[in-house]
Design a protein around this ligand. Structure first.
Ligand code: MRU
Length: 363
């Protein structure tokens, strides 16, 4: 079924990040938030590839959902045409979409899933293949929403009745099909009657924390305070934080977490101060084919993102800047990985493997 924001969406007063409306893909333009809530309508998978690169849509699960719809879109673009023309267009789209962002594994996971549906129904008429792909994309979106609700429920139980939580980047409804991963835990804790206040890292250079997480939390009426990334250590040392919760772009087989740059120092300082560090991620973010986090490709984005804030250049003309978009947090700093299968604890090789197999491996 299509995502429709006229449906009741408890805990989420925003339209869905990614939705399918009248044969087109509709995205919330996350670059314009929090100042403007603008929806963009895409009818060509190439437009989606550009939108992912330019971060109109971002956040690992949301990128995966968008890519799934992108392949459904590609199939429709080949109509009216033969089944083999549809498959060819879908393959082309898969190749282009795979090239957009290298780190979030949900992108590759969703593309593989849709391609496997396309190949399994290649004997059907072209219209039916396109329809099957759209149905699968709807399933990817719906499963992500349900996974977030489940992991939110598990994670909320780990928080005290009154808690200060610190989060990094945006792992909210905007980064997923809805509800969020790290913010899903916060939403679920509030639904369980807990009193939660959130410290939000601004998350340089793209300011996903300041722009998106603050917007989501304030829209939902969740108490929150913005801090600069460098202030996190001070708060942790002062005992002002009860838990650190962040999302993931990829979780390696050994439990190393690849997430927005700045996550690693945050986790190290939290451990140093005996504050629990929780990674919230659906199983679609787990990549058992990668043995450890240092083997995950880390996206290097334009230095302009560092040298400028908005329209203002903040470094001298000619300054160089490095801009790794993600970092790797070794598993030893992660207290638990919270998934829709439950709360996973070390040793993660074992608990992740069992969770991926569908075996109960967790609390
Ligand atoms: O560069 P971004 O904004 O796509 O990075 C997003 C993150 O790092 C998120 O924390 C991660 O994708 C988890 S989103 C549920």
């Amino acid at each position: 079924m299509p995502c429709d924001w006229s449906q009741e969406r408890p805990g989420m007063a925003l339209p869905p990040t990614v939705s399918w409306q009248e044969g087109a893909l509709v995205l919330v333009d996350q670059r314009r938030l929090p100042h403007e809530l603008v929806l963009i309508t895409l009818t060509d998978y190439r437009e989606l590839a550009t939108a992912i690169e330019q971060m109109y849509v971002r956040g690992a699960p949301a990128i995966g959902v968008a890519a799934a719809y992108g392949l459904a879109l590609a199939a429709r673009q080949a109509l009216p045409g033969s089944a083999s023309q549809v498959l060819q267009m879908v393959e082309q789209a898969a190749t282009r979409l795979r090239s957009t962002r290298p780190t979030a594994v949900n992108l590759f996971w969703a593309i593989d899933r849709l391609l496997s549906v396309a190949h399994s129904c290649s004997h059907l008429p072209a219209e039916d293949i396109a329809q099957r792909l759209l149905q699968e994309a709807h399933r990817v979106a719906e499963e992500d929403l349900q996974a977030n609700r489940r992991l939110g429920h598990f994670g909320a139980q780990l928080l005290p009745d009154t808690a200060n939580v610190l989060t990094h980047c945006n792992a909210g409804a905007l980064a997923t099909a809805g509800y969020g991963t790290a913010l899903g835990i916060i939403r679920a804790a509030r639904e369980q009657g807990k009193r939660i206040h959130v410290y939000v890292d601004e998350t340089r250079p793209r300011l996903q924390g300041a722009r998106l997480t603050m917007f989501e939390l304030m829209t939902d009426g969740i108490p929150c305070t913005l801090i600069v990334d460098g202030a996190a250590g001070f708060l942790l040392r002062r005992g002002m934080v009860d838990a650190v919760i962040f999302g993931a772009d990829r979780v390696a087989a050994n439990g190393d977490v690849v997430n927005k740059v700045g996550t690693y120092p945050l986790a190290v300082v939290a451990c140093e101060n005996s504050v629990p560090v929780y990674c919230a991620a659906p199983l679609s973010t787990v990549d058992l084919s990668v043995p450890e986090g240092d083997l995950v490709p880390i996206e290097e984005r334009s230095s302009e993102e560092v040298l400028w804030i908005g329209q203002e250049r903040i470094a001298p003309a000619g300054a160089q800047a490095a801009n790794p978009a993600f970092d790797v947090t070794p598993a030893r700093y992660i207290t638990a990985i919270i998934t829709e299968a439950g709360v996973l604890r070390p040793p993660y090789e074992e608990s992740l493997r069992l969770a991926m197999r569908g075996t109960r491996a967790c609390e």
